[in-house]
Design a protein around this ligand. Structure first.
Ligand code: UDP
Ligand code: MG
Length: 325
């Protein structure tokens, strides 16, 4: 599927903004989200709130339909099942119209009060305006520690510094058009939007408490996201396997020579411990390396299957031109 160019009408001078909001089981939150976000968009802009219902099972869809019916600024897509936040962002970015998009979470943890200053920075000429989390104090320490380790390793492997990065971003039309030419199945929005470059501005914000409900990420989903992120952005771990192999070979040669010398001198010890340790070490590193290669083969497998990244089952609301989406 070739992405369509973003419709843009030069006739009207009013700039158009689409706010992309992925939502998974956020039913009790949606009305407040629409009210809060709308209240912070300056009157000089035309806008759409584009909700992506990521296969919610808590009755979110009828609420989104009703919101779209009563409020011309609300648009919604419904996935046929839960695909995850990354595919939801992909759908939002592919479907969004207008001159810029802003990505927000449905739970209002990214305060909509920053929207006016993000738009101001955009008007000054920045193509990407991105939020950095000031502190992760509200999150459990294990999560914070895990995130820090992940980003350190990610930077080491890819050179992209994503520390405290999140998905709270404004992207200009031209960035989205470039992003649309990245057809990979394994998306990691945060890293992709760092990779594309462009004129960028950062701002720091305090992450608000979740307005309602619980986090929609399970530890397993997070680990999956981290593995995807690594294997789609860096092949360095594969080189590390080669390095590990070389080190083990050198050790093997040194140990072999000393064993031969001992044998020649007739002082060979019955060193079973050494043998067992070595076997464990070599066996362990072979298995680790194989599983690492397996992860990359899985990536290739997923990319070559080229399945759609999500399936839209229903739509509600209208775009800027009044067309039924
Ligand atoms: N989300 C989603 N699909 C998922 C998980 C989460 O669309 O499978 C949405 C969720 O509804 C929210 C945003 O992604 O709008 C961020 O999720 P959440 O607040 O649960 O993550 P946290 O803030 O705890 O990292
Ligand atoms: Mg949240």
């Amino acid at each position: 599927m070739k992405p369509q160019p973003i419709p843009h009408s030069p006739m009207s001078s009013q700039k158009k903004i689409t706010i992309i909001i992925p939502a998974y089981n956020e039913a009790i939150q949606l009305r407040d989200t629409v009210r809060e976000v709308s209240a912070h968009i300056p009157a000089s802009y035309a806008y759409r709130l584009l909700f992506i219902d990521d296969g919610s099972v808590d009755g979110s869809w009828p609420i989104l339909q009703e919101l779209a019916q009563t409020n011309p600024q609300v648009q919604a897509l419904r996935f046929s099942r839960n695909f995850g936040k990354e595919p939801a962002l992909v759908a939002g970015l592919l479907e969004a119209e207008g001159d810029a998009v802003i990505v927000l979470d449905a739970d209002l943890q990214f305060p909509p009060s920053y929207i006016p200053s993000m738009l101001e920075a955009w008007e000054e000429g920045y193509d990407i305006v991105e939020g950095k989390k000031a502190a992760r104090q509200n999150e459990p320490w294990l999560g914070r520690w895990g995130a820090r380790r992940f980003y350190k390793l990610f930077q080491l492997m890819t050179g992209l510094d994503l520390a405290n990065a999140c998905d709270f971003k404004l992207l200009d039309r031209k960035v989205i058009e470039v992003w649309r030419d990245m057809p990979e199945r394994a998306n990691f929005f945060r890293a992709q939007s760092a990779w594309v470059g462009f004129k960028r501005k950062e701002f720091t914000f305090e992450v608000a408490d979740r307005a309602s409900g619980q986090t929609k990420w399970s530890p397993l989903k997070l680990i999956r996201l981290a593995i995807n992120a690594f294997t789609s952005f860096s092949a360095k771990p594969l080189y590390l396997i080669g390095l590990l192999g070389t080190i083990l070979m050198v050790l093997f040669i040194i140990l072999g020579i000393t064993a031969l010398v001992h044998w020649a001198k007739g002082t060979a010890a019955s060193g079973f411990t050494t043998v067992i340790l070595l076997q464990l070490l070599i066996g362990g590193s072979i298995l680790l390396s194989l599983s690492l290669i397996g992860l990359y083969i899985e990536r290739i497998f997923v990319e070559t299957k080229a399945r759609p990244r999500y399936i839209i089952s229903e739509r509600a609301g209208q775009g800027f031109e009044g067309e039924n989406k």
